[in-house]
Design a binder for this molecule. Structure first.
Ligand SMILES: C[S@@+](CC[C@H](N)C(=O)[O-])C[C@H]1O[C@@H](n2cnc3c(N)ncnc32)[C@H](O)[C@@H]1O
Length: 272
């Protein structure tokens, strides 16, 4: 690490977390980006998986390390938090491939270190909406083209969440929004409206006329109503039927069973 580190960008926020909260995020990553976890070519050689804003204790980082290394045994994982006390408490849990550092959206990296994927969960939700794009831009700096930023918000248990999937590219802005993912473990029932409470910060204040996210929810609600007959078959079937109905109405959602059966609805290329 450099001797004089830049001031961490951001602010200390509530640190609430809990075991298994991000279990379904890990499962999603293993399905969505297994090659990115393993690739060692060019700038991806030894590149970190960063868990930004791990919280009061590093339980989600450690769980993620354990789960992802079943598929990518060499994966190096860096837990980052802006609160130095939280980082100090996490240090005893570090090992050869799991490190903890204090830092902010301008990631605390040594010269030449690169990042393959950043997960930032339940972090930006505590910032004002205008902080989102600058934070995304700062996080992009150490991510090579092709890397990912997964930025989302969940319920305390992780039963429901919504996540931006952003791909590093060489466009005018550093990230291309590849998908918006809605995740449910089906326990809360099936109602699209329930996801509005866990929208990422860039969408939360935009459920209003003229906004594509509002149109999306209206269409999803209509699809739910049109497929009400599936309710008796179970929530999973109903969720899937509504997704197919959305697709039939022209929305670019992924209706493959690998996603739908597991409770993930991927809206591809949502308008920014
Ligand atoms: C609610 S906790 C989230 C814990 C965990 N990611 C989860 O989802 O359960 C948010 C954490 O993000 C940290 N945080 C806030 N802004 C940050 C920033 N700019 N850079 C790094 N960490 C930040 C806070 O200090 C806090 O510990």
């Amino acid at each position: 690490m450099p001797k004089t580190r830049p001031k961490p960008q951001g602010q200390i926020t509530r640190g609430k977390t809990q075991p298994n909260r991000l279990r379904r995020v890990d499962a999603f990553i293993l399905l969505y980006a297994p090659d990115l976890l393993r690739r060692q070519d060019g700038p991806f050689r030894d590149a970190w998986f960063v868990d930004l804003g791990f919280g009061a204790h590093p339980v989600t980082t450690l769980e993620t390390a354990e789960r992802l290394r079943r598929s990518a045994p060499e994966l190096r994982i860096l837990g980052v938090d802006i609160d130095p006390e939280r980082v100090a408490r996490a240090q005893p849990q570090a090992d050869a491939r799991t490190h903890f550092r204090c830092g902010g959206f301008n990631l605390p990296l040594a010269e030449g270190e690169r990042v393959r994927l950043i997960r930032a969960f339940n972090v930006l939700r505590q910032y004002p909406p205008q902080a989102v794009r600058p934070a995304w831009e700062q996080m992009a700096r150490a991510v090579p083209l092709g890397g990912l930023l997964l930025e989302g918000t969940s319920t305390p248990s992780g039963a429901l969440w919504v996540m931006n999937v952003l791909r590093r590219w060489d466009g005018d802005v550093p990230w291309r929004q590849e998908a918006l993912v809605f995740s449910t473990n089906f326990h809360p029932g099936f109602d699209p409206i329930a996801f509005q409470a866990v929208l990422p910060k860039n969408y939360i204040h935009r459920i209003q006329p003229g906004e594509s996210i509002a149109d999306f929810f209206a269409a999803w609600k209509a699809a739910r109503a049109a497929t009400y007959g599936y309710r008796s078959l179970g929530r999973r079937q109903w969720f899937g039927a509504a997704a197919r109905q959305l697709a039939a109405r022209g929305w670019d959602v992924d209706t493959r069973r690998r996603w739908i059966n597991r409770g993930y609805l991927l809206w591809r290329n949502p308008p920014p």
